[in-house]
Design a protein around this ligand. Structure first.
Ligand code: CO
Ligand code: CO
Length: 323
């Protein structure tokens, strides 16, 4: 969410449990003692050429914000901007079909939506979910001593930029598309079962940017082990060759005052830890035993989950990256 959207007209409603103030992934609204609604909206311009894949990725990304709160999605609405006269309805059909497939995988129906004519295509979902008010996972509830688990490999921003330059090998693109289109559902269900303390999903601010949001909200510092962070195939080479998105460069610059890099962390790896992700994995803070159990469960399902660091008392938002 951009900073501008945090400047909302203040209105104190006690039923609003989570608003834009803590950089959380979705709004949460209490219905009664045991039930709260989780609401989020997410849409963007195409990140890949194939319209069906774009639809899948946009839907997985939108659903991710409900999962990141520890919630369960209930239903979704389509958000469509599309130049009908220019591109023809067939492409739009493919985009919407891709989104619908992923929603079905999440066990929910897409029950409507809204479309406008727009020279630049955009697609996404508004997703409504539910969570128990006492079991939602906020950014502000991580604890010192928690371990950090990341559930998807990094590098989708670098691959998307290399793809535009015609520099990404087909198997590298395929791996990135598979990662972006994958739901965070299994990871979310497992982290809730494991008793996670806090979680967010890794998107535009990159791994370290989203970690810093958790740290600021929870008043903690972190140590990250760079060599433990899972990476998509081929991305170190692409980052080294200069295929770095503008958003990733901005993240790196924004993080300069918060991150201390150990000298043995190579430059391409530093870029990837700041790489703006599309439909990235969950970043979960949980007790050491629970973290080990979560990684074992997720890797057992074939997910690239890994323990990548720990939370410590210290300057809120400070991150040390070890080689
Ligand atoms: Co999010
Ligand atoms: Co989002």
């Amino acid at each position: 969410m951009t900073q501008v959207l945090r400047r909302l007209v203040p209105f104190a409603d006690p039923a609003v449990l989570v608003d834009a103030g803590t950089s959380d992934d979705a709004a949460v609204y209490r219905l009664d003692a045991d039930r709260a609604l989780v609401a989020t909206v997410d849409f963007f311009t195409p990140v890949v050429d194939d319209p069906y894949d774009f639809g899948r990725i946009a839907a997985a990304n939108a659903l991710s914000d409900v999962y990141a709160m520890g919630g369960r999605p209930l239903f979704a609405l389509n958000l469509v901007a599309f130049p009908r006269a220019l591109l023809g309805e067939g492409i739009l059909e493919e985009i919407v079909r891709g989104g619908g497939e992923v929603a079905r995988e999440a066990g929910i129906a897409v029950v409507g939506g809204h479309s406008i004519d727009d020279p630049e295509p955009k697609f996404g979902l508004c997703v409504i979910g539910e969570v128990h008010p006492e079991r939602m996972l906020r950014n502000s509830t991580a604890r010192a001593g928690d371990r950090l688990v990341l559930t998807k490999a990094l590098g989708t921003g670098v691959v998307a930029t290399a793809l535009k330059a015609g520099a990404a090998a087909p198997e590298v693109v395929a791996a990135a598309v598979a990662s972006m289109a994958a739901l965070n559902r299994a990871a979310a269900e497992a982290m809730v079962r494991a008793g996670a303390h806090a979680a967010t999903d890794v998107t535009g601010f990159g791994l370290l940017g989203h970690l810093r949001e958790v740290l600021l909200a929870s008043r903690l510092a972190a140590r990250v082990r760079a060599d433990a962070v899972p990476l998509l195939p081929g991305v170190l080479e692409l980052a080294a060759a200069g295929h770095v998105p503008g958003g990733t460069r901005r993240n790196r610059a924004d993080l300069a005052g918060s991150v201390r890099w150990s000298v043995d962390v190579p430059e391409p790896l530093r870029i990837l830890l700041c790489d703006a992700q599309t439909s990235g994995g969950l970043l979960v803070a949980l007790a050491p035993d629970a973290a080990a159990q979560l990684v074992e469960e997720l890797t057992g399902m074939g997910l690239p989950a890994a323990e990548i660091g720990e939370l410590v008392a210290g300057d809120a938002g400070a991150i040390v990256v070890l080689g």
